[in-house]
Write a protein that binds this ligand. Structure first.
Ligand code: NAP
Length: 301
């Protein structure tokens, strides 16, 4: 069975698994508590020890589903790392006070969110807390102070952001060291290779986490022109190498020198095994660019 190694995301940063399990869709999986425990154990067997959450996943419900599993099998907690996010106020029956979906990175909201997440996840500490999306009203000094207080209280070990532009990342990183920027990258979303996001990650030696590497499944099922074009190239290159399309896409992500940390989004352990198998696959620059060109829809200029 393939086994994912670990990665230190940044100097002084956390040690995470090289492939991370995303929990966004967990409520749709309709797993029983036992099935959730078995799914977590299956991930750990593959070396996938880091689990990605957000307070809002599953209408503010996924963290509690995961926490139930941890409560049923308490020894799991010491074998895994929890990443979770806050900073979005989503309109939801679980938050009737939210009149409007918006971002909120105020200290009061972040502290309240962390307390809610700790209770839902049934844990004493969050390994990595991310600000989920950029907030136009983000006050870097106030947020850095809030992070410092959360760390001193032992509630959060490391801090990062998600979906931040390079300048947004630099602003907060200047006040308090960030350990990752979690961003979308896939053959159908290649902008981060060229908009400075991954340049900055490499420049600062801060490994980015990558969401929707399979474009949320669109790589397999999308009927739009881009999805069909990319799928044809992926199927040919994967066939030539005797590997699955999933393995090829993860190998393509892992090939990048910024040390991308891809997330999975599947309920199926087999798909996660295919992701981990990518760690043993090398693809050359020509194959890498064939996929890039397919995603770009035009040859390299
Ligand atoms: N920071 C952010 O703003 C942000 C945003 C979105 C997501 N995320 C994180 O990133 C994680 C991964 O995102 P994602 O779920 O979009 O990842 P993804 O891996 O791109 O997509 C997963 C989806 O693709 C489907 N899929 C996988 N293999 C397939 C195949 N061979 N044929 C057809 N469908 C297939 C999966 O279904 P099966 O379960 O049936 O395999 C699942 O529905 C999330 O769980 C979350 O933790 C973060």
């Amino acid at each position: 069975m393939p086994h994912a190694p670990t990665i230190v995301t940044a100097a002084g940063g956390p040690t995470l698994s090289r492939i991370v399990a995303g929990a966004w869709r967990m409520d749709a999986w309709q797993f029983s508590v036992d099935e959730r425990v078995r799914w977590i154990e299956g991930c750990l067997d593959l070396g996938i020890t880091t689990f990605d959450h957000a307070d809002i996943y599953g209408g503010y419900g996924v963290e509690a589903l995961f926490g139930e599993a941890l409560a049923a099998a308490p020894r799991l907690r010491e074998r895994l790392q929890i990443v979770t996010k806050c900073g979005i106020r989503m309109v939801s029956p679980a938050r009737p006070e939210h009149r409007l979906g918006h971002y909120d990175t105020s200290a009061a909201h972040v502290q309240r969110s962390v307390d809610n997440s700790l209770a839902a996840l049934r844990t004493d500490a969050i390994d990595v807390l991310l600000i989920h999306r950029p907030d136009a009203l983000l006050d870097a000094d106030a947020l850095a102070e809030c992070f410092t207080r959360l760390r001193a209280a032992g509630k959060v070990r490391h801090f990062g952001v998600s979906n931040f532009t390079p300048s947004q990342f630099a602003l907060l990183d200047d006040r308090i060291k960030l350990v990752t920027n979690q961003v979308e990258v896939s053959p159908l979303h290649i902008a981060p290779f060229h908009d400075g996001t991954l340049d900055q990650a490499q420049h600062l030696r801060v490994a980015p986490m990558v969401w929707s590497g399979l474009a949320g499944g669109r790589l397999f099922t999308g009927q739009d022109d881009a999805a069909r074009r990319v799928r044809a190239v992926l199927e040919r290159l994967a066939g030539e190498r005797g590997i699955s399309v999933t393995t090829l896409v993860y190998a393509w992500l892992l090939r990048h020198p910024a040390r991308l940390i891809p997330l999975t989004g599947s309920r199926r352990l087999e798909a996660m095994r295919e992701a981990v198998a990518a760690l043993d696959v090398q693809i050359d620059a020509q194959a890498w660019y064939e996929i890039w060109v397919a995603g770009n829809g035009a040859p390299c200029p």
